[in-house]
Ligand binder design. Structure first.
Ligand code: SF4
Ligand code: SF4
Length: 345
């Protein structure tokens, strides 16, 4: 049987102009048909995973949509939290305090959205637990129910960023993100390092050594990425050397771990569809018109359906990439299936 993907055809502008009425009808129908909220015991925590948008960027899922999802969970007596993790790269989203400030600036305030924010990987992104060698944000252990809200858009390495990436990359701790992006260990950039030795003191494996007058990272490094956040001079660099195929496969593997034993409903918002992902620090012109919102229990079917809707234009932007790889791998891992039945609402 094909996986069901519910589809509301609309633009963000039209929905906002209509007071979100069509979106509310869509949400009501999706929650009714999937029985998702009925399956969650009263008063349990529910994590709503989203991306607050990079500093300097306006292409991200707007709080008005998130607020309506939060209201639905609250009416069922659940405890909703907006959940996120720190980035591997430098910027406001690299640690919880400045990430929270940015989320507020982008409108994800408690009075507006009615759900508090939880950063699941601690203050600096180094709090995690391991499953099958995957470094998952520690706070996810306490969350058994998830709503995955994804702004669907292009991505310069994976081709597109959808539901699988939002939870695979987005719920990994910093060390997990390092594992996905890199096939080698971090390095210390001598021109930035002032030899303070903080990274050597911090490193849980003693992988930072002092040799020939400078600090170095040796091969016992386990890639936890803790030193990246500890260094006050941002002198520890990453080799972004995973190939696009490797990155797509690893994201699928992480998504599999995140979804195991976790009841999850996924939504892709095909609004403001830009060439780059929401980590890109500039507002961009969308490369195509808005499509609408898709929802499914199956993130593979959901991403496949979303990708099919943007494919012709996306392919012309990234002719050298293979965006299908993440979908193939996710299907191989049994996360879901690429065959879907679209259910227009
Ligand atoms: S990534 Fe972790 S293990 Fe590797 S050097 Fe840095 S702190 Fe040590
Ligand atoms: S913490 Fe940074 S500046 Fe200090 S020794 Fe390590 S790399 Fe150099």
């Amino acid at each position: 049987m094909k996986s069901l993907v519910y589809f509301l055809s609309s633009s963000a502008k039209d929905l906002l102009n209509e007071n979100l009425e069509p979106f509310l009808s869509f949400l009501n129908l999706v929650f009714k048909e999937t029985r998702f909220l009925e399956l969650i015991p009263y008063h349990r925590r529910i994590g709503i995973k989203l991306h607050f948008g990079e500093a300097g960027r306006n292409n991200y899922l707007k709080p008005e949509f998130v607020h309506q999802v939060v209201l639905h969970t609250g009416r069922k007596g659940l405890q909703p939290f907006l959940i996120e993790t720190a980035t591997l790269y430098r910027g406001m989203r690299q640690e919880a305090k400045s990430h929270f400030v940015l989320a507020q600036e982008h409108g994800f305030t408690l009075p507006k959205v009615l759900a508090p924010i939880l950063f699941l990987d601690g203050k600096v992104g180094n709090s995690y637990y391991e499953i099958d060698g995957k470094k998952i944000s520690q706070g996810l252990k306490r969350i058994s129910f998830l709503i995955n809200l994804t702004h669907f858009k292009g991505h310069f390495v994976t081709g597109f960023g959808g539901a699988l990436k939002n939870i695979g990359m987005g719920l990994a701790a910093k060390g997990g993100k390092l594992q996905m992006h890199s096939v080698s260990i971090p390095h210390i950039e001598p021109s930035r390092c002032n030899a303070c030795g903080l990274c050597a003191k911090y490193c849980p494996r003693g992988a930072v050594i002092f040799k020939n007058g400078r600090y170095l990272i040796n091969s016992v490094c386990i890639g936890c990425a803790g030193c990246l956040t500890i260094c006050p001079h941002q002198a520890i660099g990453i080799n972004w050397d995973a190939t696009p195929e490797e990155l797509g496969e690893k994201i699928a593997e992480y998504a599999q771990v995140v979804l195991k034993d976790r009841l999850t409903l996924h939504f892709n918002f095909l609004f403001d569809i830009t060439q780059n992902c929401d980590c890109f620090p500039k507002t961009e012109e969308p490369f195509m018109e808005d499509v609408g919102i898709l929802a499914s229990y199956d993130p593979v079917a959901l991403d496949q359906a979303s990708y099919d809707m943007v494919k012709p234009k996306l392919k012309s932007l990234y002719p050298h990439l293979k965006p299908e790889r993440i979908l193939q791998k996710a299907e191989e891992l049994g996360i879901g299936q690429r065959e879907y039945q679209l259910c227009p609402v």
